[in-house]
Design a protein around this ligand. Sequence first.
Ligand SMILES: C[S@@+](CC[C@H](N)C(=O)[O-])C[C@H]1O[C@@H](n2cnc3c(N)ncnc32)[C@H](O)[C@@H]1O
Length: 158
Amino acid sequence: MARAAQTELMDGGLVVELGPGTGSVTRALLATGVPEERLVLVERDRYLHAWLKGQFPGANVLLSDARQLDQLLPAGQAGRVSTVVSSLPLNSLPRNERAEIVRAAFRVLSGNGSLVQYSYGVPSPLPCEALGLTGQRVAFVAANLPPATVWRYSRASV
Ligand SMILES: C[S@@+](CC[C@H](N)C(=O)[O-])C[C@H]1O[C@@H](n2cnc3c(N)ncnc32)[C@H](O)[C@@H]1O
């Protein structure tokens, strides 16, 4: 997931992670060279939020719901996001909640920005056509338990 995000970092934008939890993907993002001050972490669990603030003091760690992402970023930062990395279990969310999260993500993403999402299933975890997106399978991690696929989504019109 971190490698899939890294390729989107050319233009000096921000990287947003949704549902960073205990920070394993966050650490991988830092390890691939994403500067901490360009990371925005959105976690709705207050205990995990406090933990993340302690672990990543240079990042912008927000206690909020991913559905509100487009209302959370400071003025001028919406539209400057290169990648939204979703560590959320999107497949197990109700369809309307999943669509709200995806819409909020694409409201803050730059024109050619992308959403990175893992899945444990074979088909795309997002209905691309209904959401106006194109999806690309960018990695398959057989050693994960269960084996996982990483998807990258962009606007279909770009
Ligand atoms: C699968 S876990 C993330 C695992 C993470 N990679 C780790 O290293 O711990 C999903 C996380 O998303 C958070 N979460 C679930 N729904 C959310 C939402 N709507 N907005 C923000 N965070 C959410 C949960 O609190 C949880 O921490």
